[in-house]
Design a protein around this ligand. Sequence first.
Ligand SMILES: [Mn+2]
Length: 361
Amino acid sequence: MADQMRRRRGMNDENPPHDVDPYVEYDDFDLPAYVGLPSFQKLPYLPDGKDLAARRPDVAIVGAPFDDAVSHRPGARFGPRAIRAASYHAGDVNSLQLDILPFEWLDVVDAGDAPVVPANLERGHEVIRRKVLEVARCGAVPIVLGGDHSITFPSASAVAEAVAPRRMGIVHFDAHADTAATTWGVLRSHGTPMRRLIESGAVEGRNFVQVGLRGYWPPPETLAWMREHQLRTHFMTEIEERGAEAVVADALAEALDGPEVIYLSVDIDVLDPGMAPGTGTPEPGGLLTRELLRAVRQVVLAVELVGMDVVEVAPPYDVSEVTAAAAHRCVMEAISAMAARRRGTGRAEHATQLPELEGRP
Ligand SMILES: [Mn+2]
């Protein structure tokens, strides 16, 4: 009963109650997005692994505020905080795209940030790996907010370890392949994580599928390595010719050629810089935001998502938070699509549990 009372006291009160004190009426979850501390969507904040293990949520947001591996403009360390803050909705939101209230179907929490410190690349990656592994091992799907793209190596490695022996394919949206052997001799750069994942065996090259590549990198010898290891690549020119939906359908089939589950890695620079200027290595000629959001729904509706990251949001170069908002909506589309899959099974027993309200009828 308390739960129902809480849920009708949002921003849109169709049936405002008349019998409660108006000065204590709102839970933090239902207060406006700009009020209070910004956990993702004001969801319950559970940074402690013991609390996660006890609760066993369906989905947990993880921040990876790390940009020590960038090759060009830094700033993505501020991405997780900006993405968390890039919502003007509070409370129990309703997806018009999928006709679903996602938090009614899934228990979603914010697990806080991996405890990175600056200028210690290996430690940063290791604490991100441990944090993501902790989340995945308690049964939650980790959705990791980057951070530069190097964090996909520890994050996807942790998810692959947690889901084994099930095999995982990766669908990777990006302007850049991120498959360099090294950048200036550095193995763990944001230009190399996909090579590390394939070399380590976390994912097979043939199930590593890239969408949106364009511009002037990588060089022919790196593309040759990608072909040799059977990576599948879909350039932006193919999307221009065939449309995003057809290309994403092929990408999904290729990633699932063997594996049964998917890790989704979204570099926000797959979007055109006109729609997502807040990123370190912007490359003109990219996807529309609506194409990317549709692609996320298309992938997550079709297959079991076991992990996701949204990376390379660099707030210092952003304009009116438009890039952070695009990243935030990628996360919401994925959560909503997972909720729609749960609805398909008819099981809602893990819907987000909010704190009990005190002094309410
Ligand atoms: Mn990238």
